[in-house]
Design a protein around this ligand. Structure first.
Ligand code: PGA
Length: 250
C-alpha cells in the first residue's frame, strides 16, 4: 500500500513570520492519516524542522547541486540540506528547468547526489501547453522519466510529481481523465523499467492549481497518491483543506 502524501512547495515565499502557518497546520493535524511535507525556502529549513519537531511533518529542500561540494557560489548541496534537517528534496521542478535551464541529465545527476546524501527525492515532470495541444504529452512524459530518473531507486526513497506546466499557478487543471491517463502511463513505465514491485511502490503526486475545492475529485483518480501544492500550501487553512480531502480519499 502506498501511503498518501500531501506536499507543499513554498517556492520563493516565506519569512520567519510564516512559521506560524506551520504551527497552525501541525496543531490542526496532530495525528495525520497521510504523510505531510513542506519545502520552504532554504533559509527556513532549520527553523521549520524545529517548529515541526514534535509533529509528523517532513521538511524538504527545493533543489540541490549535482556535486557534493565545491566552488559554486549561491548553490546548496544535498549534504547541506540533510545537515539542516531536511529529509527530502524536490528536483526538476518546471521552474528550475525553465529559469535555470535544467535538463533531464542535470536532474538525474542531482537525484544521484541527493540519494547518496541520504535524502529522498521528489522528481517533477510535466508537459507544456504547446506539447499538450500537439498531443505529445505522453512522449514528453516518457522522455522525462527515462532521462530524469536514476537507475537505482526504490518506492521508499523516490516520489514522482506530475505537474503540467500550464496548470502551475494558473488556476487551470487538466480534466480528471487527463490526469488519470498520465498517472496510469507513469505507473506502467515505472513497472516496465524498475520491475512490478518497485514500480508499484513509487508514489505519484499530481501538482498544478490543487485547491481545497478541487482536491477530492483529483484524489479519486487512479494512481494519484497525493499532491504537490504550491500557492495553496502557504496558508494553513488552505493546505489543511487539501490534507483533509486526502485523508478522506483513503
Ligand atoms: P500551484 O504550484 O499549486 O501554485 O499551481 C504547484 C507547484 O508548482 O508545485
Amino acid at each position: 500500500m502506498r501511503r498518501k502524501l500531501a506536499a507543499g512547495n513554498w517556492k520563493m515565499n516565506g519569512l520567519s513570520a510564516e512559521l506560524a502557518e506551520v504551527e497552525a497546520l501541525c496543531a490542526a493535524h496532530p495525528d495525520p492519516k497521510v504523510d505531510l511535507l513542506i519545502a520552504p525556502p532554504a533559509t527556513l529549513i532549520s527553523s521549520m524542522v524545529v517548529t515541526a519537531s514534535d509533529h509528523r511533518l517532513a521538511v524538504a529542500g527545493q533543489d540541490c547541486h549535482a556535486e557534493e561540494s565545491g566552488a559554486h557560489t549561491g548553490d546548496i548541496s544535498a549534504q547541506m540540506l540533510k545537515d539542516a534537517g531536511a529529509s527530502h528534496v524536490i528536483l526538476g521542478h518546471s521552474e528550475r528547468r525553465e529559469d535555470h535551464n535544467e535538463s533531464d541529465d542535470d536532474v538525474r545527476s542531482k537525484a544521484r547526489t541527493a540519494l547518496a546524501a541520504g535524502l529522498k527525492i521528489i522528481i517533477c515532470i510535466g508537459e507544456s501547453l504547446e506539447e499538450r495541444e500537439a498531443a505529445n504529452t505522453l512522449d514528453i512524459i516518457a522522455g522525462q522519466l527515462a532521462g530524469s530518473l536514476p537507475d537505482i531507486l526504490t518506492g521508499e526513497n523516490t516520489i514522482i510529481a506530475y505537474e503540467p506546466i500550464w496548470a502551475i499557478g494558473t488556476g487551470k487543471v487538466p480534466t480528471l481523465g487527463q490526469i488519470g491517463e498520465v498517472h496510469d502511463f507513469i505507473r506502467t513505465k515505472l513497472e516496465a523499467r524498475f520491475g512490478e514491485g518497485v514500480g508499484r511502490s513509487i508514489r505519484l503526486l499530481y501538482g498544478g492549481s490543487v485547491k481545497p475545492s478541487n482536491a477530492s475529485d483529483i484524489f479519486a483518480v487512479s494512481n494519484v497518491d497525493g499532491a504537490l501544492v504550491g500557492g495553496a500550501s502557504l496558508k494553513a487553512s488552505d493546505f489543511s483543506g487539501i490534507i483533509k480531502a486526502l485523508e478522506d480519499a483513503i
